[in-house]
Design a protein around this ligand. Structure first.
Ligand SMILES: Cc1ncc(COP(=O)(O)O)c(C=O)c1O
Length: 398
């Protein structure tokens, strides 16, 4: 009898008790709005910002309504205007080009390598086309950040990092999100901390932080921020910056604070699972594991592998036979966007030229979530199932 996995790929862990208690306390006092405080009180949202800034070693932090809102706010805060071009990844998800489009700006896609990171040669070639790069660390894969920042510095490009999949990761010991001008994180259910929806933005730039705070809707109450710049930073910015409301509330902040305190432990648990799956997939005929660079500290909340030069029919067969055994695989090579998986040619509001090298990589990318509700044994079982189905289909196609 073929082994079958019975677990759920979309079930996250419950909110920790400390988060539930803190959330109930906020509901009991009723001051959910971040600026609704009593004398001497520092709001949960302000405390969250202070703690996250310290955790990643950033000067300033702002909590907002979503990761997408954080990216749009970051771009507005660094001066992106309607009609401006913004460089971004070919391999990413819909909220990234969507954040650019939200400003009336225009995404310019930069290719993806077979290591699943932004193609630095293509970036250098396109560096004269835009002043800003919205860099998506898609599925947690970090490019050589030293080389990337050198290219962008030389070309005068401001880097905004989309760390939706790299909260808790690092490149060469530097926390993801602190190498660009602004780092943006998501606290949405499927990310590394879960408040349903939510986002965080960090920067060391006082002007950018002041603009972001005003943009998020601070009603001139910016002095209540515990991780904001000094009030002098707001002197002219407060008159010049529109309010595009997207604040975080104290309820979500209360849920998030204990999760952030526990992030390192959770990262270790994710990686334990990731490397069990990776080991189980290694040396499967027809399947390429993505080797992670030594300088990258990962958060293995999902895993990708390549089925290089496989036919569409063969990939579909792997997907359906794995699904029949309880294993959900997503494929970035599909012609139609499905579920959370879409690609640059699905975003038809962008007039993007075809990118044959990237198309060849995307056509091979298979992607799988690794929720912490999986046990280590589950991970070993899932790897065995993928291995057997990939081997079978590969042999049959020979
Ligand atoms: C790569 C990437 N960037 C940004 C986001 C945006 O996050 P949010 O859903 O919080 O807006 C997501 C969410 O799925 C994502 O996958």
């Amino acid at each position: 009898m073929a082994e079958v996995f019975k677990g759920s790929f979309t079930q996250q862990e419950p909110i920790p008790e400390a988060g539930i208690e803190a959330a109930v306390a906020v509901m009991r006092h009723g001051r959910l709005h971040r600026y609704n405080t009593v004398a001497g009180e520092i709001a949960e949202t302000a405390l969250l910002e202070q703690e996250f800034a310290a955790q990643v070693g950033a000067k300033y932090c702002l909590a907002v309504a979503s990761g997408g809102y954080a990216m749009a706010t970051a771009m507005r805060a660094v001066g992106v205007k309607p009609g401006d071009k913004v460089l971004t990844n070919t391999f990413t998800l819909a909220p990234v080009p969507g954040a650019i489009a939200a400003l009336g700006a225009v995404p310019v896609f930069v290719g993806v390598t077979d290591q699943l990171v932004i193609d630095l040669d293509d970036l250098a070639a396109k560096a004269d086309q835009a002043d800003v790069l919205l860099l998506s660390h898609m599925r947690g894969h970090l490019a050589d950040m030293t080389a990337l920042i050198a290219i962008c510095d030389a070309a005068g490009i401001t880097v905004i990092e989309d760390c939706a999949h790299t909260m808790g990761a690092a490149w060469d010991g530097v926390p993801s999100g602190t190498q660009g001008k602004v780092g943006c994180y998501s606290c949405q259910t499927y990310k590394h901390v879960n408040s349903g929806e939510g986002g965080l933005l960090v920067t060391d730039d006082a002007e950018v932080a002041a603009r972001a705070i005003m943009l998020s809707g601070s009603y001139m109450l910016y002095e209540r921020h515990a991780a904001g710049p000094p009030k002098e930073a707001f002197e002219t910015i407060r008159y010049e910056t529109p309010n595009i409301s997207g604040r975080m509330d104290n309820l979500r902040a209360a849920i998030l604070r204990p999760q952030l305190r526990d992030l390192d432990r959770q990262v270790a648990r994710w990686n334990e699972r990731y490397f069990v799956i990776e080991a189980g997939l290694r040396n499967t005929p027809g399947l390429t594991v993505i080797d992670r660079p030594e300088k990258e500290s990962i958060v293995g909340s999902s895993i990708q592998f390549l089925l290089e030069e496989w036919s569409e029919a063969a990939v579909h067969e792997v997907q359906s036979s794995c699904a029949a055994r309880g294993v959900e695989l997503k494929w970035f090579g599909g012609a139609e966007p499905v579920g959370f998986t879409s690609r640059y040619d699905s975003w038809r509001y962008v007039d993007a030229p075809r990118m044959p090298k990237s198309d060849a990589v995307l056509a091979g990318i298979v992607d799988m979530r690794v929720p912490l509700t999986f046990s280590i044994e589950d991970c070993a079982l899932i790897a065995r199932i993928i291995r057997s189905e990939v081997s079978r289909v590969f042999q049959a196609a020979k």
